[in-house]
Design a protein around this ligand. Structure first.
Ligand code: GLC
Length: 735
């Protein structure tokens, strides 16, 4: 295969590395111009004015559930199908690269862009993000894994430095990116706006070259977020290949001048040009294929996946599913003006939009369906009058279905929330309704997590609709009336209070720094470590049927751990179970959360009394922790508790599995402490004459354990006190 950049001049190669305009790259020599556009849950192709904030219009396209909803289906096959449909629509609109998936970790529920990300957990984000990538790329359209990396807040996002320690960096924030790069091979990676420990992502050689390319084996093109490049030469030197949008000839000239001045290697420019040419080569077959998009079929898929993304949070007295013919009161503005996607660059112009109230009426049978808005989202109208009307409407019906949530102007790309409250007096409204109508169902629409304890205390049934895309209205009706048995699971914890969030004191940061003070204790890891009550735990979701877990088997080998369990439908309705596997290391030498999700699988639809043996493989690399002493991954030797269940706080069966570790002993040096030295048999023997008799069993004159008291003293200090035996001199390595 000939390299189309081989005969290009330095100027031509430099020009390949910066866009022609907002959405396209330059055509240079045999390398064609490519189109890149948003977004993760629908194609946002602009034909007129261009912007990266979803302000100007775009072509009609299917609006699937944003990641906050899509992630709740926990089903990689389903997400792959959504990816394929998105790829088909992108291709049919002549889009070569679809800018997604967004896999940044939901570190804090106040992040304005939580709606666009999958989870607080890196395994969920990685596995589901990989399915999205393989789906889109299966039809010859590229993807752009974003935002690489540690873009976990919107506040000051183009300058702020995410200041994070190595363990959370690798175990939490980079984990999904590594998994997706290695297993799904995205054709591009989008570097983020922010700095990481003080260095801009776009100029971060460690991130873009040493880690992404040399360690993970990424072989695609690194694209900047739109406007993330502030120094083109530094960016190309670090490993950036394509600056977007294009910033004109001056940017290319900077590159040429830097090479000529010896400030930038020709190799770096060659690498960037080859990466863009390689991307063009990858999209070519898709360009030539006759890829079609059936928008009616995609709407049906959007409805199917939306229904699978709904989480049944509560269902006391089995109020749900509803029976057709029941007299219903539908309350809330969102029932007639649905909130179905987020704001900003991902905003889609839907091909059609289901209205929940209409869809409920379509399935209500002979039952009357009355409606009252209950509140307005723009502060208009008289709140008391609206509330009284809604309360009366609810009282007059057999069941009230109350739609609550966040408005489009309360969360978006570009800014973070100050709290996790439900606005406009909705909590008072639902409390008033529950007083007169005990058979009340709440349906939630939101991107970021909400404080739900008052709702959970007030009503017997709650559906979490998150954001469900254009077909969400039909999906909600399908679940309300039981046409679909809900199997969605939360991918983010719902805390009792925002103050309980592990990141609460360190979000969103200030003076362009945000300190990740909670370390690895993100989301459920943090709530569990502090034994905090939560309103609804990570992984939670109910069903209209019940499942039992039995016959658990665990085994470990050189690839990792295999977990098998039999799941049986013990209820009266067919349904799916999402089986979750958590690992615990109780005797670890490092700090660990009480449990960590390491694998999951969604069962097939099980008929009543049917069973399925579910097998989940936990890769050895997912058992490892980041050993800061070595600057590398380490698998700790010994026993691990394997917990399998229906959520992080509903483990049904547990077992113990032994794993062979690969820990490398840390050499004892003069900087090692007395305690570390005594833990090494050879060094301890050489020190035998050094300590008074009984020094380490509390028998000395002081009645204390000298080793405990002095254990943290480095050997070189003991030596300066004349307490180190000469035998150590020839035994210890020097640093
Ligand atoms: C935006 C977003 C990014 C998007 C890009 C193009 O600022 O951060 O996710 O793909 O610009 O719109």
């Amino acid at each position: 295969m000939t390299d189309p950049t081989k005969d290009l001049s330095l100027e031509e190669k430099a020009s390949l590395g910066s866009g022609a305009d907002f959405w396209t790259t330059k055509a240079v020599g045999a390398v064609p111009s490519l189109m890149l556009t948003d977004g993760p849950h629908g194609v946002r192709k602009q034909t007129g004015a261009s912007d990266h904030l979803g302000l100007a219009g775009s072509e009609a396209a299917t609006c699937f559930p944003p990641a906050v909803g899509l992630g709740q289906c926990w089903d990689t096959d389903l997400i792959h199908r959504v990816g394929e449909a998105l790829g088909r629509e992108a291709r049919s609109l002549d889009v070569d690269v679809l800018l997604g998936p967004g896999v940044n970790i939901k570190r804090d529920p106040r992040c304005g862009r939580s709606f666009e990300y999958f989870s607080e957990d890196p395994v969920v984000a990685g596995v589901l993000g990989a399915a999205w990538v393989t789906g889109v790329q299966s039809v010859g359209v590229g993807t752009s894994l974003k935002h690489f990396a540690l873009n976990n807040a919107e506040t000051d996002r183009m300058r702020s430095s995410s200041d994070v320690d190595p363990r959370p960096m690798h175990e939490i924030y980079l984990h999904a990116f590594a998994h997706i790069v290695r297993t799904a091979r995205p054709w591009t990676v989008m570097c983020s706006y922010n700095r990481i420990n003080g260095v801009y992502a776009a100029e971060n050689h460690w991130l873009l070259t040493e880690l992404l390319r040399e360690t993970w084996g990424f072989d695609g093109a690194v694209v900047s977020d739109w406007g993330a490049v502030r120094d083109r030469v530094a960016a190309v030197r670090a490993g950036l290949d394509l600056e977007m949008p294009g910033t004109g000839p001056a940017s290319d000239a900077e590159v040429v001048d830097a090479v000529r001045a010896g400030d930038l290697s020709q190799d770096a420019v060659d690498r960037a040009a080859a990466a863009v040419a390689g991307l063009a080569r990858r999209v070519q077959p898709g360009r030539e294929a006759a890829v079609t998009a059936d928008l009616d079929d995609h709407h049906r898929l959007a409805r199917e996946v939306a229904a699978r993304s709904i989480v049944l949070l509560k269902n006391d007295t089995d109020l749900l599913p509803l029976t057709a013919g029941t007299a219903l009161a539908v309350i809330g503005e969102f029932a007639q003006s649905p909130r179905y996607q987020g704001g900003g660059s991902s905003h889609v112009n839907p091909t059609r939009l289901d209205i929940p109230l209409d869809e409920i009426r379509a399935q209500a049978g002979a039952g009357t369906v009355t409606f009252a808005p209950g509140f307005t989202t723009d502060g208009s109208g008289d709140a008391a009058t609206l509330r009284n009307e809604a309360v009366q409407t609810a009282a007059d019906a057999e069941v009230a279905v109350v739609f609550l949530g966040l408005g489009a102007d309360q969360e978006s790309e570009g800014f973070d929330r100050d709290d996790i409250e439900i606005p406009w007096g909705q909590l008072d409204l639902v409390a008033a309704i529950a007083q007169v109508q005990p058979r009340t169902v709440v349906v939630l629409s939101h991107g970021g997590v909400l404080r739900l304890q008052p709702v959970a205390d007030a009503v017997p049934a709650i559906l979490d609709g998150a954001l469900l895309g254009q077909a969400g209205g039909g999906a909600i009706a399908d679940v309300l009336f039981g046409a679909v048995n809900p199997s969605g699971r939360l991918t983010e914890t719902v805390p009792v209070r925002v103050q309980d969030c592990p990141s609460y004191l360190d979000f969103p940061g200030e003076n362009s720094h945000v300190r990740y003070g909670e370390g690895i204790h993100v989301g459920y890891r943090g709530y569990d470590a502090r034994a905090l009550e939560v309103t609804f735990p990570f992984g939670h979701g109910l069903s209209y049927t019940d499942f039992e877990y039995s016959e658990m088997m665990v085994a470990s080998d050189e690839t990792g751990v295999v977990v098998e369990v039999t799941v049986t439908n013990t209820g009266e309705r067919a349904g799916r179970e999402v089986v979750q596997v958590y690992l615990t290391k109780t005797d670890s030498r490092v700090v660990r959360p009480p449990r960590e999700l390491k694998g999951f699988a969604t069962s097939a639809v099980l008929e009543p009394a049917a069973s399925e043996k579910v097998s989940i493989h936990v890769a050895r690399s997912d058992i490892a922790f980041w050993d800061e002493r070595r600057g590398d991954w380490t698998v700790e030797d010994g026993a691990y508790v394997v917990g399998v269940g229906a959520s992080s706080r509903d483990l049904r069966v547990t077992d113990i599995v032994d794993v062979t570790g690969d820990e490398q002993p840390v050499p004892i040096t003069w900087q090692s402490t007395l305690a570390e030295a005594l833990a090494d048999p050879a060094v301890a023997a050489a020190m035998a004459d050094m300590l008074p008799a009984g020094a380490s069993d509390g028998g000395d004159a002081l009645g204390t354990d000298i080793v405990k008291v002095m254990g943290s003293m480095p050997l070189d200090r003991l030596k300066r006190f004349g307490m180190a035996s000469d035998a150590l001199d020839d035994l210890l390595t020097t640093d």
